[in-house]
Write a protein that binds this ligand. Structure first.
Ligand SMILES: [Zn+2]
Length: 246
């Protein structure tokens, strides 16, 4: 099973469903398709849930999506006790769109947080209700009030969010694009996906393979719910939906 999966979400994160052909079912029941709209767990963003409709109308609930031996192999993991499709079957695959949209809003909010807090990132995780980004941040003036206010300014400005591809050489020539302290984007494949915010990336530009909303206004109201001290200079910022509680 070395055949890769066409990852439609990379070019259009707003696709909610697609027709696809089953190319295999692995020994653990994971379903491989020739193309998909399901994002596989990676880069701190959880994999999609949803369902697959078989030609007879039967539905297979998908509990999560993960990558296989390579990042190009996307495995749709069924919930317990589901029927399994046959290789060659044409199916319709549908993501849980409300959940994915929450994740896209949260993921984009994480990018905005790295703009407001321009410090080395030591960890991040995107969730439907709450996300977190950890920074080495020596400056105590970054309070949840200040950071929440600056986040909402970026959201109110309704900056476009876009993706473009660059080469390994482009990235090597612009090392400041990488904000993670320890994680380097995968290189060696020849091309790297950049996510930009603002005209020509004037607000931000960084390598990322995740799914994002198409403009910052779509993030909606968010705030920093909590800032936790994780080390001498390390701080964990928790992003939540809604305005900062008064
Ligand atoms: Zn991203």
């Amino acid at each position: 099973m070395t055949e890769g999966t066409g990852a439609l979400f990379r070019e259009d994160a707003y696709l909610q469903e697609t027709e696809a052909r089953v190319i295999g079912v692995n020994e653990r029941g994971g379903i491989l398709l020739d193309r998909t709209v399901f994002y596989a767990t990676s880069g701190g963003q959880p994999g999609d849930t949803g369902y697959i409709v078989r030609p007879d109308g039967g539905r297979i609930a998908i509990a999560t999506t993960v990558t296989g031996e390579t990042k190009d192999e996307i495995i749709h993991v069924p919930a317990p006790d589901q029927s399994l499709p046959e290789p060659g079957e044409m199916v319709r695959v549908v993501i849980d769109w409300p959940r994915r949209l929450q994740l896209m809003r949260m993921h984009t909010a994480c990018h905005l947080l790295t703009v407001v807090c321009p410090f080395p990132i030591t960890g991040a995780a995107v969730g439907e209700a709450e996300s977190r980004v950890d920074f080495d941040i020596p400056d105590p003036s970054y309070t949840k009030e200040l950071v929440s206010e600056r986040l909402m300014q970026l959201i109110a400005a309704d900056h476009p969010v876009f993706t473009r591809w660059i080469t390994d050489e482009d990235l090597a020539a612009n090392p400041n694009l990488v904000k993670s302290k320890n994680v380097r984007p995968p290189s060696g494949t020849g091309r790297i996906r950049l996510v930009g915010i603002g005209e020509n990336g004037s607000v931000d530009s960084q390598p990322c393979g995740g799914t994002h909303v198409r403009s910052t206004a779509e993030v909606g109201a968010i705030h920093i719910g909590k800032i936790e001290k994780k080390g001498r200079e390390n701080r964990r910022f928790r992003i939540r939906f809604g305005p900062l509680p008064q």
